[in-house]
Design a protein around this ligand. Structure first.
Ligand code: GTP
Ligand code: MG
Length: 387
């Protein structure tokens, strides 16, 4: 299963309670207070890990919890701090805070409709029934949520919910006037919240095209990826990322997503749900079936694809883009390419036959030029500071 957006609930550990205790030893009468402080509650931490592909783990475990700190002890013993709970997420996970409180999003009430006589319901009861699942039904629109973090760098941890501090033991409350203090403080509650995680894969370039255009074939011939290839539409069901080796030990990443069809922005077909994965790409590669082998018209295809992207996210149309004219081995492809080039004179078009790896070297070399080199990664991971 591939999960790229999910709602979770997280709760950090509460701090331990401070202790009330007095030193009691032989030959030390009235030894004074010695109640230690409580330990710190555990943090809930998210760690972007390049080996994690998607958010499926949170489908099975959507409640992230860290343990409470231990209570303080006598003899000035501070309680043990609880361990932080570290959850791995894919690199490219965005975290949004949900506006409603955890109580509202708790388990949905049991559906008792079948036991009720709907005819005899009072208006008030009917209204209650109508709203019984409301918080869960709410469709999440990330644009309306507060973005908390963008975990786009591997290994740079993010503290999602901070554990509460431990309470103070009675040793802190002694004074010249109060030598037998019985006061202590309770540990502070850990932070808690409901969050929406959204994965936007990070790749340098994204392949965009109709089903069966040959996107996966292209990716499998230029990179180390092995996506499934088949002569039927919607072979690719989840995004894949391939690493393309270029000259001078340079590498760029290319994302293959399921084919788009008209109306994708309105959630027709599969494409819409996956468009999020090309939002971060610096370069868009439109893959067209230049032979128009399934009764398609490459000129029209390009216009429709560009329109779909624009309707999904207008900033996408400002992105750098090139065209790969695939299936050049098939009949009619050359004529259509000529027409295409007359219509789009200034456009960069790479005629290829992905299946036979023809024309791919030129394309790869151009990818190297179009995609700027990454600055070197920071020497010290910030993770150490945050913990
Ligand atoms: N003749 C010819 N066929 C090709 C070429 N490239 C891909 N194909 C065929 O086109 C079909 C579809 O290829 P895929 O790579 O699965 O296409 P896709 O764009 O990834 O399709 P979806 O995942 O469904 O969106 C397969 O049968 C490929 O063998 C090519 O250059 N020439
Ligand atoms: Mg495919």
């Amino acid at each position: 299963m591939f999960v790229d957006h999910i709602q979770i609930h997280a709760k950090a550990g509460k701090g331990g309670r401070g202790a009330v205790s007095f030193r009691r030893e032989k030959f030390v009468p009235r030894g004074g207070p010695d109640g230690g402080d409580g330990g710190r509650g555990g943090n809930v931490i998210l760690r972007p890990d390049p080996n994690v592909d998607n958010l499926v783990e949170f489908h099975y475990q959507s409640n992230l919890k860290a343990k409470n700190g231990d209570n303080g002890g006598s003899k000035n013993c501070t309680g043990h701090g609880a361990q932080d709970m570290i959850y791995k997420v894919p690199v490219g996970t965005l975290i949004y805070r949900m506006p409603f409180t955890p109580e509202e999003t708790g388990p949905a009430p049991r559906d008792t409709t079948s036991f009720l006589d709907l005819e005899t319901l009072t208006d008030e009861e009917a209204a209650k029934l109508e709203h019984r699942h409301e918080p869960r039904k709410k469709k999440v629109d990330p644009d309306e949520l507060e973005l908390v973090a963008d975990l786009d760098r591997p290994g740079v941890d993010f503290v999602l919910c901070k554990g509460g501090d431990g309470g103070k033991g009675n040793v802190h409350f002694k004074s010249s006037r109060n030598r037998v203090p019985r006061q202590f403080t309770d540990g502070v509650d850990g932070e808690e919240g409901v969050f929406y995680l959204e994965l936007r894969k990070i790749a340098d370039a994204g392949l965009v095209g109709y089903p069966n255009a040959g996107k996966s074939t292209l990716l499998s011939h230029i990179s180390n990826a092995h996506p499934k290839i088949a002569p039927y539409p919607f072979t690719t069901l989840t995004p894949h990322i391939g690493v393309v080796d270029l000259a001078n030990y340079r590498r760029v990443t290319v994302a293959d997503i399921p084919g788009l069809i008209e109306g994708a922005h309105e959630n027709v077909g599969l494409g819409h749900d996956f468009l999020r994965h090309i939002v971060r790409c610096k370069l868009l590669i439109f893959v067209l079936d230049m032979a128009g082998s399934e009764g398609r018209e490459p000129l029209e295809d390009l216009q429709k694809l560009r329109k779909e992207l624009d309707l999904y996210d207008p900033t996408l149309s400002e992105r750098q883009w090139i065209v790969v004219a695939n299936k050049m081995d098939l009949e009619g492809a050359k004529t259509k390419l000529k027409q295409f080039k007359t219509r789009y004179k200034k456009l960069e078009v790479f005629p290829v036959c992905a299946e036979q790896s023809e024309g791919l070297d030129k394309l790869k070399a151009r990818l190297g030029e179009l995609i700027p080199e990454e600055p070197p990664a920071p020497a010290e991971p910030e993770a150490a500071e945050e913990n």
